[in-house]
Ligand binder design. Structure first.
Ligand code: UTP
Length: 495
């Protein structure tokens, strides 16, 4: 029985039929006592396999946790408006081009590269989400994104991690958060791609927990007669998944104490950024974050703030518009630090924030959603309006728990262009164009001439393989070392 998935069918082979029946009866009884007996209302109509599967699913549910969530977020007064008293923009380390201290960035780069060479760094991708906005059938990491060869998000990250390992003379382990919903398809995609050239021993899949969705009375909903409606517990669930799965112990055994966290939907992220790692190390930080200046005052991003000497991220939805639009005496946006979900975690901090035996667990948030469900008559209903509540943890809620948090500025163009929506903002098209702009900038920085429009978009479609260079500085060095340089024309792949 791997992870914390129950193995009732397996147990069934070991236990006598009477013992099995008893454990089923007591499980159903515990749901009844918790006021959730409706989960088994169609149990007698199910065949043996469907019964076993419902039982296995029900076994994963922490009824105490669910009932506490229902009390707090469904039955309680859930209008928990954030206290904005004393809220200030968080200080951050500015990029040298924006007035930051270049010598300090160089020192950070050196410290980060030393940590990498010492084998202290792992990559960590959160890929357990459902990607509903993109509307793609499959794990989001298997979505093709690059402009010429249509490499998938997973392949892009794999190649970046491999290149960074090569650059610093180590194998960088890669931990990938999946959920019960997409884990098998994710692993199958890695198998089919032969782990994209990585040593398969260095890739670790971590399955995050699921939480049941409930109706407005707090009753757990059924997606089918024999299936509970469950959703992943949010990217904040990644911390407890790393602890529960034993990944934190694996890291410790391998001498890893620096965990570079990024989301599955952002192919231009610098998965392994030596300067970022260096600032984290030099600052003795438990949790470091990248901020990008907001594109405009009301941009829908979280804001890096401080309150009572604690760093925190305040969602745009929790900050009044007037506050988001406040300006500095110089005329800039006052709350300017946008969160782009790129962090570095200290391993021991993960153990603390994700551990269940401390008071430091992250809070759950309520999201009202349209949850398809089976009604009391057994009919499947696809609601037109939100009818239920899902519960999620947010990883940035770990920030106030961390000692010495460090925030550094990043250039959006070098780190953030996610694929969230099928069209428009943050879509495959906008992401492809941002990749092309980045490739063109790298070539120009390496001294090449390449025709671009006013937005920096090149007139040719081409690609720089992440296997060739992991960032601009790497590209300049690699390009200079190329004895025969490829002709820069439509369709070329620099690899
Ligand atoms: P999003 O907030 O974009 O959610 O996740 P999503 O589920 O991927 O997409 P939508 O909202 O349904 O369209 C941001 C990142 O956090 C991960 C996602 O995989 C993505 O990398 N995530 C989200 C998890 O790993 N687990 C979760 O439970 C939720």
């Amino acid at each position: 029985c791997s992870r914390y998935v129950p193995c009732l069918q397996f147990l069934g082979e070991l236990l006598s039929p009477e013992l099995m029946a008893n454990s089923t009866t007591s499980l159903i009884e515990s749901f009844k006592q918790a006021g959730q007996g409706q989960v088994f209302q169609f149990f007698d109509d199910l065949d043996a396999a469907a019964q076993a599967s419902l039982i296995a699913q029900a076994e994963t549910i922490d009824l105490g946790e669910v009932n506490a969530l229902v009390e707090e977020h469904v039955k309680g007064a859930h209008d928990s408006a954030l206290n904005l008293d004393g809220l200030e923009p968080a200080p951050y380390e500015a990029l040298p081009v924006n007035g930051g201290d270049a010598a300090q960035w160089d020192a950070a780069w050196d410290a980060g590269s030393a940590a990498l060479q010492a084998g202290r760094v792992a990559a960590f991708t959160v890929a357990g989400g459902q990607g509903t906005r993109l509307g793609y059938d499959g794990p989001k990491g298997t979505y093709p994104v690059t402009p010429v060869t249509a490499k998938t998000l997973f392949q892009v990250f794999a190649e970046k991690i491999a290149r960074s390992g090569e650059r610093f003379g180590v194998t960088i382990p890669w931990f990938i958060l999946t959920s019960e919903i997409n884990n098998d398809a994710t692993v199958a995609a890695f198998e089919a791609g032969d782990f994209f050239g990585l040593d398969r021993e260095s890739v670790h899949f971590i399955v995050q927990g699921l939480v049941p969705a409930v109706d407005y009375e707090g009753k757990i909903l059924l997606a089918e007669k024999g299936k509970i409606a469950m959703t992943p517990d949010g990217h904040g669930g990644s911390l407890r998944a790393l602890v529960r799965s034993g990944a934190v112990d694996t890291m410790q055994a391998q001498g890893i104490d620096i965990v570079s966290y990024f989301q599955v939907d952002n192919p231009i992220v610098q998965c392994i950024d030596p300067a970022f790692i260096g600032f984290h190390v030099l600052g003795q930080s438990e949790l470091s974050s990248k901020m990008v200046p907001k594109a405009y005052a009301l941009e829908k991003v979280g804001h890096f703030c401080v309150q009572n000497d604690q760093a925190l991220v305040v969602e745009y939805s929790d900050m009044p518009a007037a506050m988001q639009e406040e300006t500095t005496p110089e005329g800039g946006i006052r709350f300017n630090g946008g969160s782009v979900a790129i962090h570095i975690f200290d391993r021991e901090f993960i153990a603390r924030a994700g551990g269940s035996d401390t008071g430091a667990k992250l809070p759950f948030h309520r999201a009202d959603k349209k949850v398809p469900y089976v009604n009391a008559e057994g009919a499947t209903i696809k609601p037109e309006a939100p009818n239920g509540v899902k519960f999620e943890m947010f990883v940035f809620d770990a920030l106030p728990l961390a000692k010495n948090p460090v925030i550094i500025e990043a250039a959006r163009a070098d780190d953030f262009s996610p694929v969230k929506n099928a069209e428009g903002v943050d879509s495959p098209k906008s992401c492809k164009e941002d990749q092309l702009r980045m490739f063109a900038r790298w070539l120009k920085a390496a001294g090449e001439t390449i025709e671009t429009d006013d937005t920096g978009l090149p007139t040719i479609t081409f690609e720089i393989s992440p296997r060739f260079a992991a960032d601009e500085a790497d590209f300049i060095a690699q390009w200079a070392a190329l004895e025969v340089k490829p002709e820069l024309k439509d369709g070329v792949v620099i690899e």
